[in-house]
Design a binder for this molecule. Structure first.
Ligand SMILES: *[C@@H]1O[C@H](CO)[C@@H](O)[C@H](O)[C@H]1NC(C)=O
Length: 181
C-alpha cells in the first residue's frame, strides 16, 4: 500500500521558544490540562473535541498504541530531535504525529498544536492551504474518520527542559486522494 500512503509521519517542530502551542491553539486546552487530568485523558479529550467539531466519532484509547508511543518517544527524548524513526517496526502500520517544543508542555498542548492545523484546512475544497513550511497532516490525522483508536506518550527530553510527544493512530489516516472526513 506504500504508493498510496503518504504523510504517515507528520513531523512538527516548534523552532522558536516564543511560539507557544498553547497560545496558537483555539481549542480549550486549559479545560483539559489541569494536573488532575491524567495525560492519556488530556490527549484523548483534545482529539475528540477536534473530531466533534467536524462531526467525526470519537477515538478510544488503546494500550498497545500507547506502549509503542512510549517506546518511540523514549528514543526521541534522547537527543530531543524529531527525526522520524524510519526503521521502526510499526512505521507502516500506525499513523503517527510527533511534537517537540521548548520548555514544558502538557499532552493537551501537544494535541492542541496538531489540531490547530485546522486553520489551514479548506473543508469545502478538501485540501490544505498551509503556508510554506507548514502542513495540515497532523490535523487531518487527528480528525481522520476511519481512525478509531489512539495511544500517546509525552516525555521531558533528556536535557531536562524540553518536551517531546508522540501519538499513534489505528487504522492510520492521511491516504492520498481521500478526504479525512
Ligand atoms: C489495540 O490496537 C492493537 C494494534 O492495532 C490491536 O491489535 C488491538 O486489538 C487493539 N485493542 C483493542 C482493545 O481494540
Amino acid at each position: 500500500m506504500s504508493p498510496l500512503y503518504c504523510s504517515l509521519v507528520a513531523v512538527l517542530c516548534l523552532l522558536l521558544a516564543s511560539a507557544s502551542p498553547a497560545a496558537a491553539a483555539s481549542i480549550s486546552v486549559s479545560a483539559v490540562q489541569s494536573p488532575v487530568v491524567p495525560t492519556p485523558e488530556q490527549f484523548l479529550r483534545v482529539h475528540n473535541e477536534a473530531r466533534a467539531a467536524v462531526g467525526v466519532p470519537p477515538l478510544s484509547w488503546n494500550g498497545t498504541l500507547q506502549l509503542d508511543a512510549m517506546r518511540y518517544v523514549g528514543e526521541l527524548r534522547r537527543d530531543c530531535n524529531l527525526r522520524p524513526l524510519t526503521a521502526w517496526g510499526t512505521a507502516a502500520v500506525y499513523g503517527r504525529n510527533l511534537f517537540k517544543a521548548y520548555g514544558r508542555h502538557t499532552g493537551a498542548e501537544a494535541a492542541a498544536f496538531w489540531a490547530d492545523g485546522r486553520r489551514w484546512y479548506d473543508r469545502d475544497a478538501g485540501r490544505c492551504a498551509a503556508p510554506p513550511g507548514q502542513t495540515c497532516d497532523a490535523y487531518t490525522q487527528v480528525v481522520w474518520r476511519a481512525t478509531t483508536q489512539l495511544g500517546c506518550s509525552r516525555r521531558t527530553c533528556r536535557n531536562g527542559v524540553d518536551t517531546v510527544a508522540v501519538c499513534e493512530y489505528y487504522p492510520p489516516g492521511n491516504y492520498v486522494g481521500q478526504r479525512p472526513y
